[in-house]
Design a protein around this ligand. Structure first.
Ligand code: NCD
Length: 308
């Protein structure tokens, strides 16, 4: 019996290093032999509940479920088109959706919302982003991508760039990388630094962290640059966003001055923080990263549903 069956995936801290290894290995198996598993999840229904915009995360979960032969029901604009607008609580939504589906994927603007849904839902729940909190499945596909691009995780120096305060992808990724022997560089404007509790927790686990606002130096010393969007929707003051937007731009000239062979990643969507002239370089891994998301989400669904 799989150690994953029935588990909720809400935060990276819910997973051990061994759990993550299992997910990445299962994803690799699906990548190699996708067609052998086309009926694996035939009896199951996935419900996706998205209270915030998404292109990749929702479609890749749905694609993953369909590629494994499962079925999907979806509320894409749950904020305006579900009973949330009538004042329904997440706990009541959880009990209801669990009557229709065997597993729920939720994205919601409030930190802690996925945990709240999971506590009330009698079926497993996967967090696809809770506000500025966590985005654990993105971190898993990011690890999978780093390992594929670089051949390993141990021994790498990884730079996280951009809105480290509000970006949930970097919160989860930094926590996930701490399971390996990596050194981290945090490149952010002073107002958008990585939250102190995360930095302190990583340092307590022995991760070497350097904070800087020198993007060129980061590019010259890191094996991987993970670039993020300034999270406009999290700013109360639009002028502050305008001031910070464009703080860091990775363009072809920067990549040419960077450490040779550097890998450039981004969870997407990008605004202007990676110039399109980078896209054709072999260093640009962000569209391969998108494709990797399907295999990793196939692995998560199959493991949590107890099918592998
Ligand atoms: C990210 C998110 O929603 O947190 N997108 C994604 O899931 N790939 C990143 C972002 O919106 O900037």
């Amino acid at each position: 019996m799989s150690a994953f069956k029935g588990r909720d995936i809400i935060a990276i801290g819910d997973l051990s290093r061994e759990d993550i290894r299992t997910i990445l290995d299962q994803a690799a198996a699906f990548d190699r032999h996708r067609h052998e598993y086309a009926h694996l999840l035939g009896p199951f229904i996935l419900a996706t509940l998205f209270y915030e915009p998404s292109t990749r995360t929702r479609l890749s979960f749905e694609s993953a479920m369909l590629r494994l032969g499962g079925k999907v029901i979806s509320v894409a604009e749950a904020r305006t088109s579900s009973s949330a607008i009538k004042g329904e609580t997440l706990a009541d939504t959880a009990r209801t959706v669990a009557a229709y589906a065997d597993i729920i994927v939720i994205r919601h603007p409030a930190v802690g919302s996925a945990r709240e849904l999971a506590e009330a839902a009698p079926v497993p729940v996967i967090n696809a982003g809770d506000g500025t909190g966590e985005h654990p499945t993105q971190a898993l596909l990011d690890l999978y991508t780093i390992e594929r691009e670089r051949g390993r995780l141990d021994g790498l120096r990884i730079g996280l760039v951009g809105d480290l305060k509000n970006g949930r992808t970097v919160h989860s990724l930094a926590r996930a990388l701490a399971y390996w022997d990596v050194s981290l560089m945090f490149v952010a404007p002073p107002a958008l630094r990585m939250p102190e509790d995360i930095t302190a927790a990583l340092r307590a686990r022995g991760v070497e962290i350097e904070e800087t606002n020198d993007l060129l130096r980061a590019a010259q010393t890191c094996d991987v640059l993970y670039v993020t969007r300034i999270q406009r929707e999290r700013f109360e003051d639009p002028d502050e966003y305008i001031q910070l937007k464009g703080s860091y731009v990775v363009d072809r000239a920067l990549v040419q001055q960077a450490r040779p062979g550097i890998t450039i990643m981004h969870p997407l969507p990008r605004v202007d923080e990676i110039a399109t002239d980078v896209d054709a370089l072999p260093n640009a891994a962000y569209f391969r990263q998108v494709a990797n998301g399907v295999a990793v989400r196939m692995a998560l669904l199959a493991l949590v549903l107890g099918a592998v």
